[in-house]
Design a protein around this ligand. Structure first.
Ligand SMILES: [Zn+2]
Length: 151
C-alpha cells in the first residue's frame, strides 16, 4: 500500500510504502514550536519505505533536554515541516513524517501513543492506547529554559 503526501505549496512531494512503525501525538514544546500548534503528529517509517519524489528541503537541528539531536527538514519554499530524524537508539533507521502532510484521507494510520502530556493544552482530548507524561526515553541531561520546557 502506497500513501502520498507533501507540503502546503505542493513543491515537496513524498511517498511511503506499508504501515508506520509507530505513530505518536507529541505535546512537547519543541513540537508545539515546530508546528505552531498544540501538538505534533509523528508518523515513523523505516527510511527505505519513505521517498521524497520532488522539491527542495532545508534543514534545522536542535538538541533536546535528553541530549538527542533532532534534524528537521521543511520545504524551502513554503516552510511546512515534513521530516525529522532523531539520533537516539530507538529512532535508528526511521524517519518521522509530519502526520498532517499526508494526502486525504490524511489520518489513515492508527495512533499508538501520546507523549509529553505534561505540556498538553487543556482543550486537547485525544484517545491513545498509551500515554506518557514525558517520553519513554526521556532522560534529561540539561534543563531547558521555561519557554522550551513549558513550566
Ligand atoms: Zn512547500
Amino acid at each position: 500500500m502506497i500513501h502520498f503526501g507533501g507540503c502546503l505549496c505542493g513543491k515537496v512531494r513524498y511517498e511511503v510504502e506499508g504501515t508506520p512503525s509507530r505513530v505518536g501525538v507529541c505535546h512537547c514544546r519543541y513540537y508545539q514550536l515546530r508546528t505552531g500548534s498544540a501538538f505534533g503528529v509523528s508518523v515513523y517509517f523505516p527510511e527505505d519505505k519513505c521517498a521524497k519524489t520532488s522539491g527542495e528541503l532545508e534543514g534545522y537541528s536542535y538538541k533536546t533536554e535528553s541530549g538527542n539531536r533532532v534534524k528537521v527538514e521543511r520545504c524551502g519554499n513554503c516552510g511546512t515541516s515534513l521530516f525529522w530524524r532523531i539520533d537516539a537508539d530507538t529512532y535508528t533507521g526511521v524517519v518521522g513524517i509530519a502526520g498532517g502532510t499526508f494526502d486525504p484521507p490524511t489520518f489513515w494510520y492508527d495512533l499508538h501513543r501520546e507523549v509529553f502530556t505534561r505540556t498538553k493544552a487543556e482543550f486537547c482530548s485525544i484517545d491513545a492506547p498509551e500515554t506518557h507524561s514525558t517520553h519513554p526515553i526521556y532522560m534529561p541531561e540539561k534543563r531547558d529554559d521555561p519557554r522550551l520546557r513549558g513550566d
